[in-house]
Design a protein around this ligand. Sequence first.
Ligand SMILES: [Zn+2]
Length: 299
Amino acid sequence: MKRLILLGGLLGVGALSLAAAQPPAAPAGPRVIDIQKLKDNLYVLTTSTPGNPATFSGGNVAVFITDGGVTLVDTKLNGWGQAVLDKVKSVTDKPITTIINTHTHGDHTGNNGFFGANVEVVAHENTKTNMEKMDAFKGDGAKFLPKKTYKDKLTVGAGKDRIDLYYFGAGHTNGDTFVVFPALRVLHTGDMFAWKDAPFCDRNNGGSCVELPRTLQKAIAGIKNVDTIIPGHSPMQTPKDLQDFQRFTADLLSHAVNSMKAGKSVDEATAAFTVDKYPGYKNERVKAAVQAVYDELKK
Ligand SMILES: [Zn+2]
């Protein structure tokens, strides 16, 4: 049994180095994205758990079917556009008219170009600035940048088709939008709540693990009447799960701050942090988050 596992491991390494030797390799095999129905007019394109490049399609995409057309929240990784379109077409004949990008990262903006320049792209103003630094949105790609931006809050559509976009401050980046479908009582958090593990705070795009707990607290206080949460990269959650995540990020922050004050190294601080209080949580990303807090406070 052991030998079989070892052999599997070696084959895996072989496959990896082969892939590395080739030009920007598309993952092998058909690209298929799972779709989950949340409401009659709201679906989620999942297959969003990072780790396996052959099956990781990018962050959870909300597909909101309105009278005027389809709004997508995020567009997954470049190369997965046809797979997104196939799944949208499986539930509606309406065209995609609007894209909301929750933030700048390529696993959430990778197919803006695939859906064309006639689709209206909406994002927070800082996200537009961050996207302008990405190769995909330079030169000719600039026409796929957000045309509509906002600062604190923006409402798109009305009645049952209404979407509210909120910005509460820095966290994962400095431009993360919380997207609410009020008539459906659903919230898409993007990567402000990506998974049950430590947050990724992208300091190159203005992210802050120091600000994150406060920003999440503002979101919890400011967004009411929601039952279902679409997180960035994991299965559907509840408002209680978001509250637990907020507490987790606050605990992690105070642990990192206190460890730094006590002269502990990042490794020591990481080893002393336990996720046991938080059922279902992993600690795979704790070290990077502790490091991010140390780096941020050292500045
Ligand atoms: Zn992200």
